[in-house]
Design a protein around this ligand. Sequence first.
Ligand SMILES: *Cc1c(COP(=O)(O)O)cnc(C)c1O
Length: 357
Amino acid sequence: MVKHNFYAGPSILPREVIESTADAVLNFNDSGLSVLEISHRSKDFQAVMDEARSLFHELLSIPENYTVLLLGGGASMEFCRVPFNFLKTKAAYLDTGTWAHKAIQEAAAFGEVDVIGSSKDQKYKCLPKGYVIPADADYLHYTTNNTVYGTEFLEDIESPIPLIADMSSDIFSRPIDVSKYICIYGGAQKNLAPSGLSFIIVRNDALGKMQRHIPTILDYKVHVDKESMFHTPPALPIYSALQTLRWIKKEGGVKVMQDRAIERAELLYNEIERNAMFEGTVVKEDRSRMNICFVFKPEYVELEKEFLDFTLAKGIVGIKGHRTTGGFRASCYNAMPISGVQVLVDAMKEFEQKHVK
Ligand SMILES: *Cc1c(COP(=O)(O)O)cnc(C)c1O
């Protein structure tokens, strides 16, 4: 049966990315060797690293004075590396839920952390509004897409101080103005590659300004100077990332990814609003295009398990909501075709016909 993969992460990748990765595991570049067993210093792997980093620049229009790093870790690793490298005395953070909160907790060990806005009191069903960005902070950190709660900043924040963003779950889903940021980072496993990999886009001149000792492996400058090859990188996820980047380019780039994201989100949110049994959990203007959260109206909540079984029988996988929020979450990353969302919408309609009171 065809599967429709709505997992939040690790998550759907284009089928051809998975196939070319599988091919390279068996026989990389017709070398008779697997990508799993070649030196990361070999010419063939160096070419993978170089092309992946240069496609980042091309697809996101990253200016020349920035460096793209592909390092082992994941977004949680960068929650720590970011303040190590950028927090001198004070940083401003926006609290928009689970991941933002973890970034805040990590930064608090490095200096003053000013949480200038939080939607905690609204149970993170919206983004913080009306916050004031302090001019004396080293940076403003925010999470562009809140994977757990389903809210998203659909545009770069206007800020008088440099921005740093966790873009784990919406990177490559819209054009961004990289020049507003000194650092953009994320775990690769939402929209790019298998897990184990961090991507970091860093402005070169923002580095090397710390008084504190930074352990070598945590020092972005070391990785910049070594062009992301300071030590053995996670070769297989980087190989897959390259396949995804080529796929995005072939499909027409991030603007096309954005158009598709808008189309998918409209289709599903419209059905959530129309359907008499469901309701969305996020205020309309802050709804994520990547992670679409919804619940049964109170009179139908006892049907949750039945709905999950019903949709599973149609090949729909991964729509159970996060354990902190309950309900449902359909993650619609770049690789999700509109036809997959249509299958979910049709299932919601059919379920309504059977069960609506
Ligand atoms: C998944 C996720 C993380 C955590 O990523 P890890 O690679 O597991 O550390 C952090 N931030 C956001 C926005 C995420 O979606």
